[in-house]
Design a protein around this ligand. Structure first.
Ligand SMILES: Cc1ncc(COP(=O)(O)O)c(C=O)c1O
Length: 425
């Protein structure tokens, strides 16, 4: 099988099938069925001329001639495992190209900084992951970049207001949003946002780049690039890695945008290491079955919580009714629900802590998308760095609990929640 084969005759292979083959040629690795780990920091050139050519291609000084392989140089630039992983992630996202990084935050910061210059404005939807919030509100100003937030629940209307605000500040480089967001699962209409950005004059410069952090639902339940986003980012630490044992990130999109961000990544060194890439490739083989299994489990847990007298509200798109404006966005953008959602309980922080401290099987830990069920308290943990007043406005209340349902038997997760909720009954 050709290592880049995507079809059998007219038949297009599904992404989950290509995760087992794409980009790897056993003939180049002694016939090994699995891609070996290339645990090396640097690569031997055939000749000095080859070394010179490879550097010219890698730096973009010379276009890679048709039919020529650019060649391996140094693992901060490229490595067979990293390249195969990037090719496979691009397949999931339906992207021309992809790059991987050492963490989700590395993907976000590398992307934002590569695309921005001093004086630019970065717009973002709130809530957004606490680390991203700190980057935007705490770090960017050091580089003379301004951040303008809008309430994600105001959707594209909120974005329109943020664009108006930005007009007096400077050109907009990037619009960054999570949809659904972490932790309240609010969704924003990606196509409507893209249309607003296309219509914005942006002080005569390039149009702002629309970046969706697809960590919560992707790539199985949502494909932002097909919905109008320019770039799709993941914390691969979550569902894609899927076993709570690695940190990683990725960014997919057009070749032109990814080349720009890759060049920046290679210089600031926010790369993924090849061993992690090898582990993520292994995870990709089971991504679809893991996400489907945890999604089915989460649905059972939601059904249980929805009937519980101490549960006030569940932030789970599968419960939306047709009258809710979010319903239409959910149906348009998502093919199902992933397994991470939040719910409020009767009471405040102490009741939430009591429930969390009482869980016997689910672990009290931040992160999400692993095979095991995790619970946490966004207001005091993942989103504690968000300004407390703002936190209240965007729904991160003291009685909010986030759960990432894993692949345990759902009846066991429900039994665990049942006894923990009984502690505050
Ligand atoms: C939605 C989202 N994006 C990005 C990140 C950051 O990812 P990482 O921890 O891999 O840097 C997280 C981490 O929790 C997240 O939840």
């Amino acid at each position: 099988m050709s290592s880049k084969k995507t079809h059998i005759g007219e038949h297009r292979l599904a992404a989950e099938s290509m995760m087992l083959h794409h980009g790897y040629d056993p003939k180049l690795s002694e016939g090994a069925v699995k891609c070996p780990q290339f645990q090396t920091s640097t690569f031997v050139f055939d000749s000095a001329q080859h070394g010179k050519d490879f550097f010219n291609y890698a730096s973009g000084r010379v276009d890679v001639p048709e039919g020529v392989e650019p060649g391996l140089i140094y693992t901060r630039f490229n490595n067979p495992v990293l390249e195969i992983l990037e090719g496979r992630m691009a397949l999931w996202d339906g992207a021309e190209d992809c790059l991987v990084t050492g963490s989700g935050m590395a993907a976000i910061s590398t992307t934002v900084l590569a695309l921005s210059k001093p004086g630019d404005v970065v717009i973002f939807a709130e809530p957004i992951y606490g680390g991203t919030d700190t980057l935007l509100n705490g770090v960017l100003s050091q580089y003379n970049l301004q951040a303008v937030g809008f309430n994600g629940s105001d959707g594209d209307k909120g974005l329109a207001q943020a664009i108006e605000k930005a007009k007096s500040l400077g050109p907009i480089s990037v619009v960054l949003m999570e949809t659904p967001d972490n932790p309240t699962n609010q969704m924003i209409d990606i196509a409507a946002c893209k249309a607003l950005l296309e219509a914005h004059d942006n002080q005569g410069g390039d149009k702002p780049v629309l970046v969706v952090d697809n960590t919560m639902y992707g790539p199985i339940f949502q494909q932002p690039l097909q919905l109008g986003a320019d770039l799709c980012i993941y914390s691969l630490t979550k569902y894609v890695g899927g076993h709570s044992d690695i940190l990683g990130g990725s960014c997919s999109g057009s070749k032109a945008l990814i080349n720009k961000i890759r060049g920046f990544r290679n210089i600031i060194g926010t790369n993924m290491d090849s061993h992690t890439a090898w582990l993520v490739m292994r995870s990709l083989e089971t991504l679809k079955i893991r996400m489907n299994a945890s999604s089915a489990g989460a649905k059972e847990v939601v059904d249980y919580l929805a009937e519980h007298p101490l549960v006030e509200k569940i932030y789970y798109p599968g419960l939306l009714t047709e009258e809710d404006p979010q319903y239409k966005i959910f149906k348009k953008q998502c093919s199902g629900c992933a397994s991470t959602f939040s719910f409020t309980i009767k009471g405040g922080e102490s009741e939430a802590f009591k429930v969390l401290d009482s869980m016997q099987m689910a672990m009290l830990a931040v992160s999400l998308g692993g095979t095991e069920t995790l619970v946490q308290h966004p207001a005091s943990m993942t989103h504690s760095s968000v300004d407390p007043v703002r936190r209240g406005e965007i729904g991160i209340s003291d009685n909010l609990i986030r759960i990432s349902v894993g692949i345990e038997n759902p009846a066991d997760i429900i039994a665990d929640l049942d006894q923990a909720l009984a502690m505050i009954g």
